[in-house]
Design a binder for this molecule. Structure first.
Ligand code: F6P
Length: 515
């Protein structure tokens, strides 16, 4: 794409680009409850045309269609990628010649029934008491999505059941979630697609021991499991009727729409979960039907920033406390999906996804915005603002939104000053994402939008966005190290096989911890 490199070599000023009203209009879009304005990005009409041509060359539309058609686009694992089927009310989503929707809807019916049973109190613990606290045990995609959604919606709708999340293998996480909990009235949802994840299994065992200390041996009634391997959950001692399935065509980081979303339904009611699905489906249909859709627009701009302007970070700054967990969720979504270094053919590629990070505004202004404004790197920002926020007055909403607008404008305009310490270079790009309000429906749209952005980015780079082999090596080495630290004689005899640095640290850490 020589032309894009030539275009990137120019010194383009965002403020100058903004005088082109046709270009500005092309960089704005409204879908459902989401309005996006990319006009403060550092690109002009010529760049935009070249990016649209790139989308054609890279066959973005065909790539999107392949996902919806259930093709095994996760070719390294031989899997289809059909999280979109989880939010489809009707249609034909085919895997291996079979429409998967009837099975999806059957599991949703079980989720609904289970939710109603638990919320109404028909579901009793072993001593006949109603459930009051729900603790989800899971990590990565089995935690971040439902946790983020519950945090977001809790600001809007009070939880019907006190729903908490435990992910870390550090037992402090579980201990904090158990503070004030009554074993008679606590239900654990063990969420693990594989049901082999060390952190989750250790936490589930600790949870079981905590229940058994008060309730006796038989505590199965206090567990629900979500897994693609129900037999493994059954082997853990969870009755099969309390195990909800998921499928290999749903990636962990795309799984909050499956039974992995059960904590969302338990916290707010199944109808709220259904609204989330409906919002996502609205975005799916937009992306499926419109060639130049909101996700393609976002992905092309992100591609320009990373591959042509050299941005090594992407920031997400929601001006909403309710969206506090969104950056952490997007981190897994974008980085586990597109943190790759080879293309489909296994050849090395020059660039892939920049680091994604962020924090709520206005807190982040007082933390790392100095770096954004005057640091040596350029990091594009997605500002997220809401027209209305639950529990906030008009004036309070205005304060938040004024801050977001001011930061975006300051990044773009900069400030000339005789004193270089007080000078702001400006010309720093950002996009503004405006949500009508935050509810399950609009949140579903927003999450699905980022999911599709990730898909399109992957198509542009020619990579498989849906495997995650990069997390395996560290897990395998941890399994070698644990027995050494536990002073297992056989493992200790192999200590010399470790490199000098690891051996040095193993000696220091061998005595760590208290019994
Ligand atoms: O971190 C790696 C990973 O495999 C993620 O992709 C996944 O979301 C997480 O672990 C949890 O996996 P599981 O749901 O199988 O416990």
């Amino acid at each position: 794409m020589k032309q894009l490199h030539t275009l990137a070599a120019r010194t383009l000023k965002i403020v100058d680009c903004l005088t082109d009203h046709r270009r500005n209009a092309a960089l704005r879009m409204q879908v459902g409850a989401i309005h996006i304005d990319h006009s403060k990005q550092r690109l002009d009409a010529a760049v935009w045309q070249a990016l649209l041509a790139l989308a054609e060359t890279r066959q973005v539309s065909q790539g999107i269609a392949r996902m919806f058609a259930g093709e095994k686009i996760n070719h390294t694992e031989g899997r289809a990628v059909l999280h979109v089927a989880l939010r489809a009310p009707a249609g034909n989503y085919v895997v291996d010649g079979k429409n998967i929707l009837p099975e999806v809807h059957a599991v949703q019916a079980r989720m609904r029934a289970m939710t109603e049973e638990i919320q109404s109190g028909a579901w009793r613990g072993v001593s006949g008491q109603k459930i009051e606290r729900v603790i989800n045990i899971g990590i990565g995609g089995s935690d971040l999505g439902p946790r983020m959604v519950c945090t977001a919606l809790n600001a809007h709708t009070p939880m019907r059941l006190d729903t908490r999340f435990v992910a870390n293998v550090d037992p402090t996480d579980l201990a904090l979630a158990l503070r004030g909990a009554d074993p008679h009235r606590t239900l654990f949802v063990v969420t693990s697609k594989t049901f082999t994840t060390t952190e989750t299994l250790m936490n589930a065992q600790a949870a079981r021991a905590w229940l058994q200390a008060t309730l006796g041996e038989d505590v199965g009634r206090h567990f629900v499991a979500i897994s693609a391997f129900p037999e493994r959950a059954a082997a853990f001692g969870i009755p099969p009727a309390q195990v909800l399935p998921m499928w290999d065509w749903v990636g962990g980081r795309y799984s909050l729409w499956s039974a992995v979303g059960l904590p969302i339904a338990l916290a707010f009611g199944y109808e709220v979960f259904a609204e989330l699905l409906a919002g996502a489906h609205l975005m799916d249909e937009h992306v499926r039907q419109q060639q130049l859709n909101m996700a393609v627009q976002m992905a092309l701009i992100a591609h320009w920033n990373s591959d042509y302007l050299g941005a090594s970070s992407q920031l997400v700054i929601p001006y909403s406390e309710a969206l506090a967990r969104l950056p952490a969720f997007l981190q897994q979504l974008e980085l586990e999906s597109n943190g790759k270094r080879v293309n489909h053919q296994g050849e090395l590629i020059q660039s892939s996804v920049p680091a994604l990070w962020g924090e709520v505004g206005s807190n982040s202004q007082h933390a790392f915005f100095q770096w954004l404004h005057q640091g040596t790197q350029i990091a594009p920002v997605d500002f997220i603002v809401l027209k209305q926020q639950a529990g906030l007055s008009r004036a309070q909403t205005q304060t938040l939104n004024a801050n977001a607008l001011a930061q975006a404008r300051a990044l773009m305009l900069g400030q000339t000053h005789a004193d270089p310490h007080r000078e702001f270079p400006g010309n720093r790009p950002s996009s503004m994402i405006v949500l009508d309000s935050l509810n399950a429906h609009s949140l579903g749209q927003l999450i699905a939008l980022y999911e599709h952005k990730v898909l399109v980015q992957g198509i542009l780079w020619g990579i498989n966005s849906f495997d995650q082999f990069g997390v395996e090596l560290g897990k395998a080495i941890a399994n070698q190290i644990v027995p050494v630290l536990q002073k297992n004689a056989a493992a200790e005899s192999k200590i010399a096989e470790f490199d000098d640095s690891t051996q040095h640290l193993l000696h220091i850490l061998a005595a760590a911890g208290v019994d």
